[in-house]
Design a protein around this ligand. Structure first.
Ligand code: SPD
Length: 291
C-alpha cells in the first residue's frame, strides 16, 4: 500500500489515539484517553505531567500517579479539609503539608475561623504548574492568609517552632519525595507541633490495594495519638476508587465533638453533615486494618 493510501485510511482520531495508564498493580490500573499533553517536565524531585483527558478533564500526574483531575478533585479536597475543620471548634492556624496543587488551601479558606494557612510543599514546580494549568484549584495561593514554604515536610516538621490547631497531610503516595511523610518519626513530630487540642488528618491510601501499609500507618497513629479513626471516600481516579484518611486527635472526637458544618454547604459538592458521620462507618474488610 502506498503511503498516501495509508494516510487516507488513518483518521485524525487514530493519529491522536494516546492513552495514559497508571498501573496500580502489575496487571491492573486505570487507563484514560488523552486529548492533549499540556505539560511534561522533570523537577528536582519527580516527573510532572498535565494531560487533558476526555472523561476527567485536565489531570495532574506526579511520579506516574494521578494526583488531581478536574472532574473529581473536589471529593478528596473537601474530605481532607472539612472533616477536621468542622470538628475543631476554632481552627485558627492550619498547616498543609504537601498540597502544592492548592485544592486543600481552597477548601481551608472557606472556614472563616482560619486566620493563617501555611503550606509546606517540597516541589516549587508543582505549584507553578498548577497555577498555570489549574487556576480554579490553585487560586487560594494568592490569599493574604496563605504562606507557601518550599521545604521538605518532614524537615520542616522536625525544625519548626510554630504550633498549629490543625495539620493536614495532603501528600502524594509513599514513593519518592513523599515517602518520609508516612513514617512514625514524622507523625511524632506532627503531634509535638499540634496545640494541646490539635487535630491531624492524613491521606492514607487505598484500603483495597495498600493493606499492609495502612495497617502499619495506623499502628503508628495509635502509638502516638489518643484518638484515631479512619474515614473513607469514593474517588474515581485513585487506585481502586476507594480512598482512606486518618483522623488523629489529641482531644476532639470526630463524631462526638462534631456539631455540624460551619461552611455553607452550597459551596460543597461531596461533603455534608451526613457524609461526615457516614464516612467513619467502615466495611469489615477495612475495619480489620485499623482495629
Ligand atoms: N494515588 C493518588 C494519591 C494522591 C493523594 N494526594 C493527592 C493530592 C491532591 N491535593
Amino acid at each position: 500500500m502506498e503511503l498516501n493510501e495509508i494516510a487516507r485510511e488513518v483518521s485524525m482520531e487514530d493519529l491522536w489515539n494516546i492513552w495514559f495508564s497508571e498501573l496500580h498493580r502489575k496487571s491492573a490500573g486505570l487507563t484514560v484517553k488523552i486529548k492533549d499533553i499540556l505539560f511534561s517536565g522533570k523537577s528536582d524531585f519527580q516527573r510532572i505531567e498535565v494531560f487533558d483527558t476526555e472523561v476527567f478533564g485536565k489531570v495532574l500526574v506526579l511520579y506516574g500517579s494521578i494526583m488531581i483531575s478536574e472532574r473529581d478533585e473536589f471529593i478528596y479536597h473537601e474530605m481532607i479539609t472539612h472533616v477536621p475543620l468542622n470538628v475543631h471548634p476554632a481552627p485558627e492556624s492550619v498547616l498543609v503539608v504537601g498540597g502544592g496543587d492548592g485544592g486543600t488551601v481552597r477548601e481551608v479558606l472557606k472556614h472563616k475561623d482560619v486566620k493563617k494557612v501555611k503550606v509546606v510543599e517540597i516541589d516549587r514546580m508543582v505549584v507553578e504548574v498548577c497555577k498555570r494549568f489549574f487556576p480554579e484549584i490553585s487560586g487560594g495561593f494568592d490569599d493574604p492568609k496563605v504562606e507557601i514554604v518550599y521545604n521538605d515536610g518532614a524537615r520542616f516538621m522536625a525544625e519548626t517552632g510554630e504550633r498549629f490547631d490543625v495539620v493536614i497531610i495532603d501528600s502524594s503516595d509513599p514513593v519518592g519525595p513523599a515517602e518520609v511523610l508516612f513514617q512514625r518519626q514524622f507523625y511524632e513530630n506532627v503531634y509535638r507541633k499540634l496545640k494541646e487540642d490539635g487535630i491531624m488528618v492524613a491521606q492514607t491510601e487505598s484500603p483495597f490495594y495498600d493493606r499492609e501499609a495502612i495497617s502499619k500507618i495506623y499502628r503508628s497513629f495509635k502509638q502516638i495519638f489518643p484518638i484515631v479513626s479512619m474515614y473513607i471516600a469514593s474517588i474515581p481516579t485513585y487506585p481502586s476508587g476507594l480512598w482512606s484518611f486518618g483522623f488523629c486527635s489529641k482531644r476532639f472526637h470526630p463524631i462526638h465533638d462534631f456539631r455540624g458544618t460551619k461552611v455553607d454547604c452550597a459551596s460543597l459538592r461531596y461533603y455534608n453533615p451526613d457524609v461526615h458521620v457516614a464516612s467513619f462507618k467502615l466495611p469489615n474488610f477495612i475495619k480489620e486494618l485499623v482495629e
